[in-house]
Ligand binder design. Sequence first.
Ligand code: 5GP
Ligand code: MN
Length: 314
Amino acid sequence: MKKLLEMIERCDTISIVGHIKPDGDCIGSSLGMYNYIMDNYSGKRVDVYLEPIMEKFKFLKGAMDIINEPSELIYDLSISVDCSDTDRHGEFANIFKNAKNTICIDHHRSNLGFGDLYYCDPDASSACEVVSRFFDMEKISKPCAECLYMGIIHDTGVLKYSATSDETMFIVGKLIAKGIDTQFIIDETFYRVRYTQNRLTGKALMDSKLYMDGKVIASCIRDEDFEMFGSSKDDTDGIIDKLRVTEGIEVAILGYQNGENSFKFSLRSVSKVDVSVIAVELGGGGHIRASGVSIEGNYEESLDKILKMVEEQL
Ligand code: 5GP
Ligand code: MN
C-alpha cells in the first residue's frame, strides 16, 4: 500500500481506467481515486477514461470531466480499478498498456493478475472498498466519500450481498461521517427506475422459465423486446436481482442480445454454486455469486451450456 502511494507521489501525469460498460462500483472507484489524488497531491494531472456513464451518476465530482475517447498520451502512471483483465479496458487498453508505470486494484476472483503493482482482494465487497483501504480516512473529502459510498452501495446491493463484511461497514461508517446524503445516493442511483425499464423488466419476468425442479430460473431479452419498449441495454439493470430472489432459486440467469448472434449472460447464485467458474470457462469472469459472460451463438444453445455446468455443481 505504501508503494502505491509513493508511486502516485512520484508521477505527475496519471490516468485512471475501469472496465467496459462501467457500473456503479467502476465509476465510484475511478472517481473516488480521482478525487483523492486531486484533493491531496498538488500539481498532478489526473484523467479518468471511461465509456459514457448514465445521467444518474453525473452528480459525482469529476464525472463531467471523464474522457470518453481514447488518446495516444503516454502517462507516467495508469491505475486500473474494478477490472479483471486488460481486454476489459476496451478502447482504453492502450492508455494503460503504454503508461510508464501501472497499478491494478481490484476485487474480482477471476482477475488475471497484471500491472507493476497488483492488489486484488476477491473477498472484498467492491473495488471501492479496496480503494478505500489505501486512503487515509482523515484525508477523504465529502465528494470523494460520495463516490466510494455509491460504489459500495451498488456492488453490495445496498449492503446486503454476502461479501458485505464488518470491514465494509466500518468503511461505510467513516464515509457517512463525512456528511454525505445517503438516502439520495441509494434512491437516485440504485433504486430509481425508468418507465421503459419497468416494462422491459415485466416482459423478462413474464418470459422467465424454471429448470432443475425450480432451483434455476432463466430469462432472455431479444432485440425485438428492446425495440418494443424503446429500451436500451441500460434498462436491463436490476432484472437479474428480481429473478434471483424468486422463492426456491439457487441460480438466476439472464441473457440479453448484444449482437446478431450473440448474448450477454448475467449469472447469480444464492448460496452454493460458484458462478465465476462457469463464466470463466465460457470466456467471462466475475465473482462467486455474481458473474457475466458474452457468448456467440443462439440463446437456447448457450443457455444449455450454462445449465449443464450449473447441474454439475448442484
Ligand atoms: P453483470 O452480470 O452485472 O454484468 O456482471 C457481474 C460481474 O461479472 C461483474 O463483476 C462484472 O465485472 C463481471 N462480468 C460481467 N461480464 C463479464 C465478462 O464478459 N467478462 C468478465 N471477465 N467479467 C464479466
Ligand atoms: Mn466491482
